[in-house]
Design a protein around this ligand. Structure first.
Ligand code: ADP
Ligand code: MG
Length: 305
C-alpha cells in the first residue's frame, strides 16, 4: 500500500472537524472564540523514548500523551493534534492498525481529534503537535513562582524510570505484577488532563515533569528567579518503585524523568489530587533534602546530548 492508501485507510478515520478527511494540503483549525490557543510539540523516537518492539498502540499513546501533559501543565484543555510519522520502510499493516487503534482509544479518552500530518520513511519516530485552549491570559507559565509558595506534584514520581530500569535489566527479582505496572507506566504515560482547570485556578507556575523532577523544577527556579527546595521524603513514590530501588528510591525517582505528571507552585496548605513536596525560597537552583539532610544530586535529570 502506498503512502496515500495508508493515510486513507488508517489515518482518515481519526480525522476531526476541520481536517477535511485528510484529503487537502492543509486543515482548518477550529477556533474557540474567547480563548487563547495553546500549542506544543514533542517527538518520541526509537531508542530514546520507546523500544522498537514496544506494542505499537503504546508507542502511539506515548507520542500523544507526552504532548497532552504539556497542555495540561499550562492549564489548557486539549482539542486537536497533528501527527508527523517516520515509519520504517518495512512497516507492516498490522503494526499500523495497532498504532492507530491506540490513537483512536486516546482520542476518545481525552477528547482530541487528528487534523493532519506528514508521513515519511526512516528510523521510527513520531512527532505530535497538540493544540489546546485556555480562557484568555490564563496559561500557567514557568515564570510565576513566588517566594513562600509550596511546591506540589500530581501522581507518583519515578514509576516510568523504574520501567526503563527494568528494560535495562535491573529488578529481575521483582514480582510479575510490579514489573508489569512499571513497564506500563514507562510505555503509557498518565497525564493529569482533567486537572488542568483546577491548576489554572491555583498555580503560580507549572510544568510537566519529563526530564526528571529535580531538573524540571530547575526550569521553574530559573524562569521565576527563585530557589526551590524539594523535601525528598514527601515525594510520592509507588510501592513498586520502593521495591525496585530500596533505600535509593527517592534519589532515583526524582532524577529519572518520563513521568509526565505536573509540578507546580501555589500557596501552601492546599489539598487535592497532588502532594506537597517542597517550598520556594529566595536564591537560585534546586536543593534536595531527605529528612532534613541536604542530599547532593550529581545528575538531576535525563539529557539527550
Ligand atoms: P503534501 O504532499 O501536501 O505534504 P501529504 O501527501 O503529505 O500532502 O498529505 C496529504 C494529507 O494527508 C494531508 O491532509 C495531511 O495532513 C495528511 N497526512 C499525511 N500524513 C499524515 C499522518 N501521518 N497523520 C495524519 N494525517 C496525515
Ligand atoms: Mg506531506
Amino acid at each position: 500500500m502506498d503512502e496515500f492508501g495508508l493515510i486513507a485507510k488508517y489515518f482518515a478515520p481519526l480525522a476531526g472537524a476541520g481536517a477535511l478527511g485528510l484529503t487537502d494540503d492543509a486543515a482548518i483549525l477550529p477556533s474557540r472564540p474567547g480563548h487563547d490557543l495553546i500549542v506544543t510539540t514533542d517527538t518520541v523516537s526509537e531508542g530514546s523514548d520507546f523500544f522498537p518492539y514496544d506494542p505499537p498502540d503504546t508507542i502511539a499513546q506515548k507520542a500523544l500523551r507526552v504532548n497532552l501533559s504539556d497542555l495540561a501543565a499550562k492549564g489548557a484543555q486539549p482539542a486537536h493534534y497533528l501527527l508527523n510519522l517516520t515509519l520504517p520502510h518495512a512497516v507492516r499493516e498490522d503494526w499500523l492498525a495497532k498504532f492507530t487503534a491506540g490513537l483512536a482509544q486516546d482520542q476518545k479518552e481525552f477528547g482530541v481529534s487528528l487534523l493532519g500530518g506528514d508521513t515519511g520513511a526512516g528510523l521510527l519516530s513520531v512527532t505530535v503537535t497538540a493544540f489546546g485552549f485556555v480562557p484568555p491570559g490564563q496559561m500557567v507559565k514557568r515564570s510565576g513562582a513566588r517566594i513562600g509558595d509550596a511546591v506540589y506534584v500530581t501522581g507518583t514520581i519515578g514509576d516510568s524510570g523504574g520501567g526503563l530500569a527494568l528494560l535495562k535489566g535491573q529488578g529481575r527479582d521483582l514480582d510479575d505484577a510490579s514489573r508489569d505496572y512499571l513497564l506500563w507506566r514507562y510505555r503509557v504515560p498518565q497525564p493529569p488532563v482533567d486537572f488542568a482547570a483546577r491548576l489554572r485556578d491555583i498555580a503560580h507556575a507549572a510544568l510537566d515533569v519529563s526530564d526528571g523532577l529535580i531538573a524540571d523544577l530547575g526550569h521553574i527556579a530559573s524562569s521565576s528567579g527563585v530557589r526551590i527546595i524539594v523535601e525528598g521524603e514527601r515525594v510520592p513514590l509507588a510501592e513498586q518503585v520502593k521495591a525496585l530501588w530500596g533505600a535509593d528510591a527517592c534519589l532515583r525517582a526524582v532524577t529519572a524523568g518520563d513521568d509526565y505528571q505536573i509540578a507546580f507552585t501555589a500557596p501552601p496548605g492546599l489539598s487535592g489530587p497532588f502532594s506537597q513536596i517542597g517550598r520556594v525560597e529566595s536564591g537560585q537552583g534546586v536543593g534536595l533534602t531527605l529528612n532534613g539532610k541536604q542530599i547532593a544530586v550529581a545528575k538531576p535529570g535525563y539529557k539527550h546530548f
